[in-house]
Design a protein around this ligand. Structure first.
Ligand code: FMN
Length: 387
């Protein structure tokens, strides 16, 4: 059985071509904020950290969330005010150039996750503390929902500002495009957009934060228009050769039970405009990759995203680890039965597998997984160390 599984594992080590970029295998490091970039600039320790994961066999690394070049992009993420990386000024682009070189030196590819926190940005924090936070309808989200946010960080009034005007919308779009162009300048192999978890792009996608009735809201397709416009404009700016990944989630930090879609047809309404705009891979962010996305259908969210758009998809959540990202009451232990993962992958449900915490725990996770060797566990206190 174990021998059989190891042979099966080779399926995940087939190369994959996405546009002009060839990945050596299907194992991806999932984006994880670490807060190790003082003044927004990744230093040599960050290049070494990602370089080790490439040396350890990851085919693709999606970086931690990187603030787009917009004053309200990020605030304090609980990691130290200025430690979230940027992709704006020359020092940050140069820092990322060195990270990219360290990853390429070991044969892996790397794409930056472009991040704008939107309604989730903590007011009066971040590199530009005095600018107001922005969101499509000026609201944080409905209050009183199931969330793990510290109650002190939930605003007393859901209205946090004005709805974004056309000039502000254009300003945010062009910030994404500028940062994508900077990413190409730094040598990155593509672009990943953070469209989930209750941040700006998700604020447009979700009815709970988008109550507009103009071209940016009012139906699923129109709520997708803002991220779709970003994708179109990035595609026009970076050309046809580099892939664009789009992360989305049903859940929001404001409301774990929120949904963008309650069946596959509704999911198509959300994702098709993004696919048409130029997304190549949908990264479906869930806590457990193998849970059915909708009643009456065993496919995961990544599986349904692939089926309804015809694009590639990436699974994530609980690969190599037994507890979901927010299930911190359960001790995280290594999982070494990959049967269900391989079964879904071989059935064509998704094209890539993203590994989060297990790859913080063990930089050589991909190589050891291939060889059937035991991996080092993820420890929560490792969140504070860049090893
Ligand atoms: C420390 C940490 C930081 C994270 N930061 C981000 C982030 O910046 N962007 C993002 O999209 N997801 C982020 N995530 C979510 C992961 O990318 C991943 O989806 C999640 O951990 C589930 O995968 P896992 O079960 O393999 O850990 C983070 C997760 C952790 C544990």
């Amino acid at each position: 059985m174990i021998v059989e599984q190891q042979t099966d594992r080779e399926a995940l080590f087939q190369p994959l071509r996405i546009r002009g970029v060839e990945l050596r295998n299907r194992i991806v490091m999932s984006p994880m904020t670490r807060g190790f970039c003082p003044d927004g600039v990744p230093a040599p320790n960050v290049a070494a950290y990602y370089g080790r994961r490439s040396e350890g066999g990851a085919g693709l690394i999606v970086t931690e969330g990187i603030a787009v070049d917009h004053p309200a992009a990020v605030g304090d993420a609980g990691l130290g005010e200025d430690n979230i990386p940027l992709l704006g000024n020359a020092a940050s682009v140069d820092g990322w150039r060195k990270v990219v070189a360290a990853v390429h030196a070991h044969g892996g590819k790397i794409i930056p996750q472009l991040w704008h926190q939107g309604a989730m940005r903590k007011p009066n924090t971040g590199p530009h503390p005095h600018v107001p936070s922005v969101s499509p309808s000026g609201i944080w989200g409905p209050l009183g929902r199931m969330t793990s946010i510290d109650p002190k960080s939930i605003p007393a009034d859901p209205r946090i500002g004005e709805a974004m005007g056309e000039a502000e919308i254009e300003g945010a779009i062009s910030a994404f495009v500028r940062s994508a162009v900077n990413a190409v300048d730094a040598g990155f192999d593509g672009i990943a957009l953070h469209g989930g978890h209750g941040y700006l792009l998700d604020n447009f996608l979700w009815e709970g934060t988008n109550q507009r009735d103009d071209k940016w809201g009012g139906s699923r397709a129109r709520r997708s228009e803002f991220p779709a416009e970003i994708v179109r404009r990035i595609r026009a700016a970076i050309g046809e050769d580099l892939p664009i990944f789009f992360r989305f989630s049903q859940w929001k930090q404001q409301d774990f039970r929120a949904t963008l879609a309650d069946n596959p047809d509704e999911l198509r309404e959300v994702l098709q405009p993004l696919a048409d705009a130029g997304v190549d891979v949908f990264d479906a962010s869930v806590r457990y990759y193998n849970r059915a996305a909708f009643d009456g259908d065993s496919a995961s969210l990544a599986g349904v995203a692939k089926r309804v758009t015809g694009k590639m998809s990436m699974a994530v959540g609980g690969v190599g680890i037994n507890s979901g990202m927010y299930d911190r009451d359960k001790p995280a232990a290594v999982v070494s039965d990959f049967g269900p993962l391989l079964e879904r992958f071989k059935a064509g449900e998704f094209d890539l597998v993203a590994v989060g915490r297990a790859m913080i725990g063990d930089p050589h996770w991909a190589r050891k997984f291939r060889e059937g060797q035991p991996t080092e566990p993820y420890r929560m206190d490792a969140d504070n160390i860049l090893s």
